[in-house]
Design a protein around this ligand. Structure first.
Ligand code: ZN
Length: 307
């Protein structure tokens, strides 16, 4: 039922944020165990990483609020303990929608500084012309970090690593050192769509490439890589994705240098050979985001100030 899940996720992303709540009756939350002590939950919205074992459950992202009961039930099939920590890979509502529910049930929410900053005020996702209201206090991360944080739980070491200006300005990768797993959040869209680069939230194509390179440095041929959307990937598949980003960026940059317009560059179809014509991000929209990422003036003011 992968197709219907994806259609639903795309629909949720495209309709207005406040009403973009999936009907739990229409969503299956499924579990895939990918390494000792690590599982992935698929439902609607961003893929959830789960660390389980003697110290309790830690989840990476939590999809949408109406799905919390189904997500908790799916987690309980792996480990009946409550969720102790939620790590958000970035602020988008299809990854943080369950925060308030899991927080109320006792979880501590961790994320990059800019996730809390953006969730604290109304946001506009420019590319979708979509306003996202400020989140209630109970949904906000209570532990935030600038560069990263490390969790020592379940016999493993989980490095949460900030990658700058990639999908947004608050992305984090999560690396299970012992289990050899990396959750990449939305810096990686695998097979289901071209990636969405949220330029209005501080994303950039060069940051997306840097994030993929950082994950590749941590990976070997046995690493299981959880994308924000799509099936679990290998290092080889992440490499192909990184190469796609570099190829399209190179072609768009050459077009800009040759003083071609966006429409002319889109007409040359620099992303066409990668297929995925019907994903949530169409090839032309992806090319537009790369073009805008390379031509827009750099913003000076950071989203968060540290004291
Ligand atoms: Zn996202």
């Amino acid at each position: 039922m992968r197709t219907s899940r994806l259609a639903l996720a795309a629909l949720a992303l495209l309709s207005s944020a406040a009403s973009a709540q999936p009907d739990p009756a229409k969503v299956d939350v499924t579990v895939e165990r990918i390494a000792p002590g690590v599982a992935v939950l698929f439902g609607a919205g961003g893929n959830i990483g789960l660390s389980y074992g003697e110290d309790g459950n830690i989840i990476v992202d939590d999809q949408f609020a109406p799905l919390t009961d189904k997500i908790a039930a799916a987690i309980a099939t792996v480990d009946p303990d409550p969720v102790r920590f939620v790590v958000n890979t970035h602020w988008h509502f299809d990854h943080t929608g369950g925060n308030e529910n899991f927080g109320r049930r006792g979880a501590v929410i961790l994320a990059h500084d800019n996730v809390r900053t953006r969730m604290s005020t109304e946001q506009l996702i420019e590319a979708l012309n979509q306003k996202v209201p400020a989140s209630p206090k109970g949904a906000l991360p209570v532990v935030t970090f600038a560069q990263g944080v490390t969790l020592h739980l379940n016999g493993d070491t989980l490095h949460v690593i900030h990658v700058a200006n990639a999908h947004t300005d608050g992305d984090a990768l999560v690396h299970w050192q012992k289990a050899n797993v990396i959750h990449m959040g939305d810096t990686f869209f695998h097979k289901v769509s071209f990636p969405f680069i949220d330029l209005g939230s501080g994303g950039s194509v060069d940051g997306m490439i840097a994030a993929a390179n950082q994950a590749l440095k941590l990976a070997n041929d046995a690493t299981r890589i959880i994308p924000g959307h799509g099936p679990v990937a290998s290092k080889q598949e992440l490499t192909a994705y990184r190469d796609m980003l570099v190829d399209v960026r190179t072609k768009v940059a050459a077009g800009i240098k040759a003083k071609r317009t966006l429409a002319q560059i889109q007409a040359s179809a620099p992303a066409a050979r990668y297929g995925m014509p019907n994903g949530f991000m169409k090839p032309a929209a992806f090319v537009e985001s790369v073009y805008k990422s390379l031509t827009r003036p750099k913003k000076v003011a950071p989203a968060a100030h540290r004291h």
